[in-house]
Design a protein around this ligand. Structure first.
Ligand code: 0RA
Length: 650
């Protein structure tokens, strides 16, 4: 045990248990918060905010304010009842101290309350405490102000009264421990996106974020306020703000079925993609589950019944599949479940069987009412479904054609692929390289044992705007399927990608470090996101980072990746002397020779690959549709305001 622990007053059995708990968290932080990188770091904030959200859901809190302080500590302030500060009989200390130091103590006082919130790991604020060098809690309750401070979870003094107050609430300030987290800088955008999402998912709560590290031109701190009066209705409108709606208004349900609170909102747009997002207790269930199954079942059944009865399907000669009802659909399904069971690879798939029926009932009722009350809109939906089915039928024919020739399955590699000799996918890498000439250089520069090169010619298809059969007919895309060795499932679940024969576990997008290059990378990422998402979810997709500059002084050659770095290195190379350093700006991969490309961008010893991940699927959807859609102004705004891949945490 550490010094600090020994030096701190006496210890009863309760205290020993507390210390053991805190030590367990510090020893295996990833077990409690997922990881110690950027995700885990931000997770700490969600954990604290979730407690305040619970207080709000219990009906006692209307405002939650988050501050990123100048030193990258975080403050979360709410106007709830305040964590109780009275003596906890058994533990012989303040209830506040118990909440802050005992694992999973969080909600125990408030029996019978409806605790549904909670981060993915639902570990409670004591974990945040254990992983913070400093944490301070201030409680306003019963006209009095209280405080307590901790270091790595250990109280520095007993809870003390520090004055009077005319409000109630809880305020927690914590500084993540830099000896545990490999990243300690908070990203405003990540936190803001989560708070926005929380405001949509929990209507009526005022949330705000303030970044005290940055100021606007008028001297105020950078920040945003989030408030949603109508919940998911606003969420789907926000998600679809860059798509063209084909209906007026939002189809919406909010209520309880079989004792399960269900909220659903949906709209149809003129696009071809399906964007259905599901949440359980405010957690994004990426892998879906029983609630999503209920949604789909009711959607298909209700629309099919309506279409059949309306006689609109008489002329349709082929089967309409479930997917056809979801083309151009944007929807959010949010349920609250008392004891959620999470399954699946990333534990984001709801397993509770009783939820299927609840959502099915809710959606069936919602849609039946809507279709009855809005016959014109109902027509629009059915026409859209028929169009989707017709296109899918055409796509199936196209796909069968190519499948027969084995184009979309692993056998037969594309001619342009320069494969590696290794066969173990875990060791293999494939570089998707923009242009034949850069492809040639990469082929010369690579280590052919484990690195394959696939040059991509010309423009990559914008899958956001193309119908499915066009996507499967595209040469470059067919080649990518072939090279990667992934195949599609059967027609019904064609999004079920078969990864068994995946030939590479590192798929590296390598494009020029200029605007065109980043556009091509975005197009490729859009394709991966829409058609090969599991590859991203499994962490197989990367972006190469070629250098921007070569600095030369005699035989001394140095590379750098940004302007800042360039200037520092120039100074270093000059060493205070008045000598000439030649600066070469690389405009494209083509300007490097094979050896340079290997040294800087491909050699695993020296390169930096950025792993592509999906922070928030909902936000990713919106951004892809915006970046790839027709709506130019928001796209320009976005590209100007952000570096390359805003919400793709690459
Ligand atoms: C348990 C009981 C009560 C309040 C809270 C927990 C509470 C916890 C947090 C965490 C962040 N903000 C919070 N606000 C409240 C109050 C029980 C009562 O007053 O009867």
């Amino acid at each position: 045990m550490s010094e600090e622990i020994k030096n701190n007053e006496e210890y009863g059995a309760g205290n020993i248990q507390v210390l053991e708990g805190l030590e367990a968290v510090r020893k295996r932080p990833a077990m409690y918060i997922g990881d110690v990188g950027q995700k885990g770091l931000h997770h700490l904030v969600y954990e604290v905010v979730d407690n305040s959200i619970d207080e709000a859901l219990a009906g006692h809190c209307s405002n939650i304010d988050v501050f990123i302080n100048e030193d990258n500590s975080i403050t979360v302030k709410d106007n709830g009842r305040g964590i109780p500060t009275d003596m906890h009989e058994k533990e012989n200390k303040s209830a506040l101290e118990v909440v802050m130091t005992v694992l999973h103590a969080g909600g125990k006082f408030d029996k019978g309350s409806y605790k549904v919130s909670g981060g993915l790991h639902g570990v409670g604020v004591s974990c945040v405490n254990a992983l913070s060098t400093d944490l301070r809690v201030e409680v306003h309750r019963g006209g009095k102000k209280f405080e307590q401070e901790y270091k790595i979870g250990i109280p520095q003094y007993d809870v003390r009264e520090i004055g009077t107050t005319d409000r109630t609430g809880t305020e927690v300030t914590f500084k993540p421990d830099a000896s545990i987290f490999v990243e300690t800088i908070y990203h405003y955008d990540i936190l803001a996106a989560r708070l926005r999402e929380l405001s949509f998912l929990n209507k009526g709560i005022h949330l705000s974020i303030t970044d005290k590290r940055r100021k606007n031109e008028d001297g105020t701190h950078v920040g945003e306020k989030f408030f949603s009066e109508v919940g998911l209705q606003e969420f789907v409108t926000f998600l679809d703000s860059t798509r063209d709606p084909i209906l007026e208004g939002v189809i919406y349900f909010d209520g309880e079925k079989n004792g399960v609170p269900v909220e659903v909102a949906m709209v149809y747009n003129s696009s071809y993609s399906e964007n259905v997002h599901s949440y359980v207790n405010n957690i994004n269930t990426h892998e879906g589950g029983t609630h999503l199954a209920g949604f789909r079942r009711a959607l298909t059944r209700t629309l099919k019944k309506y279409a059949d009865e309306s006689g609109l399907l008489k002329k349709v000669k082929f089967e309409i599949s479930g997917d056809d009802f979801r083309e151009g659909l944007t929807a959010v399904v949010s349920v609250k479940v008392m004891e959620p069971q999470f399954e699946g690879q990333t534990k984001t798939k709801l397993g509770n069987k009783e939820v299927t029926g609840a959502v099915d009932k809710a959606v069936g009722e919602m849609l039946t009412n809507y279709l009855e009350e809005n016959p014109k809109q109902a027509q629009v939906i059915v026409q859209k479904v028929i169009l989707a089915a017709t296109a899918r039928n055409a796509a199936r024919k196209a796909r069968e054609l190519v499948q027969r020739k084995n184009v979309l399955s692993g056998s037969g590699l594309p001619g342009k692929l320069s494969d590696c000799s290794e066969r173990d996918p875990e060791k293999c890498e494939i570089f998707l390289v923009e242009g034949d000439s850069a492809g040639g250089t990469a082929k010369q520069g690579r280590d052919r044992h484990f690195q394959a090169i696939m040059p991509l010619r010309g423009k990559i298809l914008n899958v956001e705007k193309a119908m499915q059969h066009k996507v499967f007919e595209n040469e470059e895309i067919k080649n990518m399927y072939k090279a990667l060795g992934v195949s599609l499932g059967t027609e019904e679940d064609e999004r079920e990608l078969n990864l068994e024969k995946l030939r590479y576990h590192k798929i590296v997008i390598m494009t020029d470090a200029d605007i065109d290059g980043s556009h091509i990378a975005t197009l490729l990422l859009t394709f991966f996101f829409r058609y090969l998402k599991p590859l991203i979810e499994n962490g197989y997709v990367y972006i190469a980072t070629p250098p921007l500059y070569l600095l030369k002084r005699g035989k001394d050659h140095r590379y750098c990746w940004d302007e800042n770095n360039r200037d520092i290195i120039i100074d270093e190379m000059k060493g205070g002397k008045d000598v000439n350093v030649v600066i070469q700006r690389y405009k494209g991969l083509g300007e490097m020779n094979a050896e340079q490309l290997w040294d800087t961008t491909m050699n695993p010893e020296f390169r930096t690959l950025k792993k592509v991940s999906i922070d928030s699927a909902a936000e990713a959807d919106r951004v892809f549709s915006m970046l790839m859609g027709d709506d130019v102004p928001p796209r320009r705004e976005f590209i100007e305001a952000n570096a390359k891949y805003a919400n793709i945490d690459a």
